[in-house]
Design a protein around this ligand. Sequence first.
Ligand code: FPP
Length: 242
Amino acid sequence: MEEILEKIDRSRIPKHVAIIMDGNGRWAKNLLLPRTAGHKKGVDAVEEVLEAASILGVEALTLYAFSTENWKRPTEEVSYIFKLPKLFYTRLIDKLMLWNIKIKWIGEITKLPNTMQKLIADFESKTEKNTGLLLYLAFNYGARSEITATVKKISQAVLDGELAISEIDEAFFGTQLYTGENVNVDFLIRTSGELRMSNFLLWQIAYSELYFTDKLWPDFSKNDFYHAIFDYQQRNIRKGGL
Ligand code: FPP
């Protein structure tokens, strides 16, 4: 672990990293466990990555925990995933405070059960004053839904006379998305070998470097995160320039 950490150039850490945490179900299946065991173990991997990202000084990290399409899963699995935020809170709140992590939830939060909305509010207020890593937890999130909600919000501002159409440009639109000022994702990681975007941060990834690994999410460790960042640093990033 130390070796790879020493190879990382601390002056070129991606500012905003996003992760599609995939493979919990397969991890559990490989061990003949119920799929829910994979989701539970997935929380350990979240802890690993939060520590690693904090150590490296990543500014923002967006994690895809539950998509607007995940409602199609069996009710028992959805109910279990809905218990994870509480588990995450109970297990990790002390560490989140220690690591100075601020949490924001992104997605169709108002469509979540009231108890969950209350938990989200608690999370956000408790970590509000933290100044380290900003963690965006995408829960009931879909990029098309986010873009549609943003169009509606901007249209309402125009109708209310608060905004002129001439003020709407790419830069402005970007800041109105859930990710606010952190609109550009520099580096996107997807675990489990799948090569898809799955409706995640479609506007924000316009110029992201992409990284796919066969590791299943519950097996993803600090060391794997460091390897991914090292890989990112070997790339020639031009963003359309030369
Ligand atoms: C994808 O694996 C994973 C999910 C849909 C759930 C992600 C949740 C966590 C990693 C836990 C962290 C949660 C919080 C709130 C911090 P999959 O079930 O699609 O795996 P499969 O493709 O192998 O079936």
